[in-house]
Design a protein around this ligand. Structure first.
Ligand code: HEM
Length: 624
């Protein structure tokens, strides 16, 4: 057996070298098969000697009388067709074969199964289609590597099918999601729509949105910006697509002292951001902590009342804005590190107040580097440079305060727990990874910047609206008198019993959100909203000012009517998207509870303690 196989292999090899002649190759295979099957060989020999006789030669005319010989030839054709793929055909027109319709430019190869009995049964052949195969493969090669090639074609076929499915998928997706920006005003070539911003961008963009809709795109210099101006669209951004729209575009100025890398409002959503937020929500601004340190805020509000009383005794008008800023600063600084930072007799306090004020000014200043990123290196208006100076001073001040407290704790030999600084130092002693001196100082910077002007501006607006609406003022006064009683001072714990005062604060925040565009968001991926695409990298501004005045959500939207909130469930906590002065979703303002307490405490106290009127000669003006 072994020898036979060996000799057959050698025989085949010799015969193959003779070329691709189909007849000789079939004869060679027939001979090889007979050598491999001696029984068949002897049966064929018997038939020949019986039919032709020994010594006579075989004539073509004898073939019909030799059925066994015919059968051997057919069997050889079946097992060893000389042209396994036949010769390639080309369809001259679309031809449907078993449900497949093929382009006539395709080349069709026919493979057939080895097991099939009948050479002529085409329906048992497997059809494989290869598009535009340009490489000619020699017949011999095909013959020798028949099955390997079959596999390769199988793989190619599979890959092509897979690619086709993917392409169809992409095409159908791109059909389903029109890749188009929200509508918006036509931008100029270099400056885009910068000129449309005007000096009150929240108002200008609210006006533009009346033309272009509640989701609108603009080009601010080189920055693609999407502006949101309705409660429904705000819900899409702040809640539904919150996951991809929670990071920020960072104003260039904030890169001073690399503050953008430390700052809670600006760092991207990450483990570090979550830790900082958790500390804020659980340790600094929780109701429990705020209840524990409300007495110090009460004291600071008594100072505000004393100052105001002094002004009235002197017959001077009270600058509510300044008084509000000073008191808010004091409320924050006593809450955070038990120091009165707005004390007029302290040099540190005066310096501090000025720095905070300057920081606000620089951050609020429009900066070309934010609209033309190529200018970031140059800092053309020197905003980052000036902010770096202010940051440097304030961080130095915080550094002194933290060092003093650390020293005090060392001397006392025990942990104190009287304010936010103590809370943070306790955390850092337990886990220095989570909190350390630098992180504490950076967090303080954020809290002061985020908390001071926002709260004091809201208080100033509330007082302005009350002076403009004497009926609302007298209703508030009556409520305070009834609930607190004459001569008693307002406490934070009284707030739940003062629904009209709460309604005034909500109405003020609706009409005058201190951060009209919230803080800017940045799309992490393409986000589809309402059939439009907010492209990856675009800046998203939610116009809380426009939403608070949207006629679709509010009756008499421009009027100051605190009554609208009486008996209403609508709150400012970020769940009612028609009222979002503190933002919404995972980046909602963490200082909300403190801000709300400070606002009610200051406003309630001022309204209760004095009879207010506008300074002589000043006329109330409507707000637009
Ligand atoms: C009336 C007062 C205030 C208003 C109207 C206000 C408003 C806001 C708004 C709109 C945001 C951005 C939310 C968003 O992107 O969705 C924000 C963020 C923030 N606010 Fe306030 N805020 C006020 C008071 C405060 C106070 C008192 C503090 C702390 C002392 C504070 C600390 C912060 C911080 C740290 C962030 C950044 C949160 C983050 O990005 O994760 N805010 N605030």
């Amino acid at each position: 057996m072994y020898n036979l196989f060996q000799s057959r292999g050698k025989f085949q090899k010799d015969l193959f070298s003779a070329g691709t002649d189909t007849t000789s190759s079939t004869l060679q295979w027939a001979t090889a098969e007979l050598l491999h099957n001696p029984e068949i060989l002897s049966k064929a020999g018997e038939e020949l000697s019986q039919t032709i006789g020994r010594g006579n030669t075989v004539e073509e005319s004898d073939i019909p009388k030799l059925p066994y010989l015919q059968a051997i030839i057919k069997e050889t054709f079946r097992l060893h067709p000389a042209v396994p793929l036949l010769l390639p055909r080309k369809a001259e027109a679309d031809v449907e074969v078993k449900g497949f319709t093929e382009d006539f430019s395709m080349i069709i190869f026919l493979f057939y199964e080895k097991e099939k009995k009948n050479l002529l049964q085409y329906d048992s052949w497997r059809l494989l289609i290869a598009t535009r195969i340009t490489t000619m493969i020699s017949c011999n090669l095909m013959h020798t590597y028949h099955f390997a090639i079959k596999k390769i074609f199988g793989i190619i076929f599979f890959c092509l099918t897979w690619l086709l499915i993917q392409a169809l998928h992409v095409i159908s997706r791109s059909k389903a999601i029109p890749k188009r920006l929200p509508p918006g005003p036509k931008p100029f070539s270099l400056i885009g729509n910068l000129l449309e911003l005007g000096d009150k961008p929240h108002k200008s963009l609210a006006k533009l949105s009346e033309v272009h809709g509640p989701i609108m795109s603009l080009k601010l210099g080189q920055v693609t910006t999407v502006v949101i101006s309705s409660a429904d669209m705000a819900k899409e951004v702040l809640q539904i697509h919150d996951q991809h729209l929670s990071n920020r575009t960072i104003p260039d100025a904030l890169r001073a002292h690399r503050h953008d890398e430390f700052s809670l409002p600006w760092i991207p959503v990450s483990t570090r951001w979550r830790n900082l937020r958790r500390i804020c929500m659980e340790q600094i601004f929780s109701n429990k902590t705020l209840d524990a340190n409300q007495a110090i805020r009460h004291m600071k509000v008594q100072d505000l009342l004393a100052d105001t009383h002094q002004s009235s005794l002197n017959g001077e008008a009270v600058d509510v804005g300044r008084a509000a800023f000073k008191t808010t600063l004091n409320l924050l600084s006593t809450t955070i590190f038990s120091v009165d930072l707005a004390d007029p007799n302290s040099d540190t306090a005066r310096e501090y107040k000025e720095i905070v004020w300057n920081v606000m000014k620089e951050i609020g200043r429009p900066n070309l580097a934010d609209y033309f990123p190529v200018l970031k290196k140059v800092d053309p208006q020197r905003v980052r440079h000036r902010l770096a100076v202010h940051f440097g001073k304030i961080l130095e001040l915080f550094d002194r305060m933290v060092s003093q407290r650390l020293h005090l704790r060392e001397v006392c030999g025990s942990k104190t727990n009287k304010d936010v600084l103590d809370t943070l130092l306790n955390i850092s002693e337990e886990n220095s990874e989570e909190m350390d001196k630098t992180k504490i100082e950076r967090l303080f910077l954020d809290l002061f910047v985020a908390g001071t002007d926002t709260t004091s501006a809201t208080l100033e607006w509330a007082m302005a609206e009350l002076l403009h609406n004497p009926e609302a003022l007298s209703t508030a006064k009556a409520e305070l008198e009834q609930v607190i009683g004459k001569g008693n001072s307002v406490q934070e714990s009284d707030i739940p019993r003062l629904p009209y005062l709460q309604a005034i604060v909500k109405e003020t925040l609706r009409l005058h959100p201190a951060v009209p565009f919230l803080l800017p968001r940045k799309a992490q991926v393409d986000v589809e909203i309402s059939g439009y695409i907010i492209p990856k990298g675009a800046q998203v501004l939610v116009n809380a000012w426009a939403i608070g005045r949207d006629r679709r959500s509010w009756d008499n939207a421009k009027s100051f009517m605190p009554e609208r909130f009486l008996g209403s469930e609508i709150d400012v906590k970020g769940l009612n998207f028609e009222l979002i002065p503190f933002g919404g979703g995972r980046r909602t303002c963490p200082g909300l509870l403190l801000a709300i307490r400070m606002l009610h405490l200051m406003l309630g106290s001022l309204v209760q303690a004095f009879n207010w009127k506008l300074e002589d000669g000043v006329k109330p003006v409507g707000h637009g």
